[in-house]
Write a protein of this length. Sequence first.
Length: 218
Amino acid sequence: MDQRTPLENVKDCDRPLTWAFIGDSVTAGTWHTYGARSYPELFTERMRELARTADVFVNTAVSGWTAQDLDRHLDRIALRFSPDVVVVGIGLNDTRHGTAGLADFASTYRRLVRAVREETGATVVVQTPNDTLPTAPQHVVDHLPRYAEQIRAVAEDTGAPLVDHYAVWTDPASPAPEHWYAMGCHPGPHGHRAMARTLLDAFGAWDPASRTGRLTIP
């Protein structure tokens, strides 16, 4: 997959694709989903609804990981699969480094995007995290907006497609309802459905009339 391919055209690619989801516990879907599907699983289901049944979807996200972890283990978690599309979900745990860690976070993220492209030619999709409740760890509450801004800057600097979950969850006109959250900074089942909708919309694949669409609660 050409890294310059618009996301709306990816779903129409005429050959099987390999997708890699890399990131932290939200992408891993191991926390606070209560047995429901995570946003990568919902995304996968929708791609199969669109007849992309020969595609392979790999989720190697790990709870607690940061951008440095992704960078350090990039071969194991992504490159060895020769992915065509890499969807990155990171940033919540990086906030523990506060404002002092912003520059390093951004430089590591940029290096990660460029390494994936150079090694595989994959389309790298950059995502901001979901918003957080006041009950989240204080470092997340205090610093998440700044880290979201750094992710947007990485997308702009590298030309990577941006999926801005944080903007959706903090939209003053329709902020994230309480039932999108589980605990602290973790989305619950409805939050994962909302994230799936945002990601699918970026790929031009969102359809509220589809089976996946009917599962997504505003």
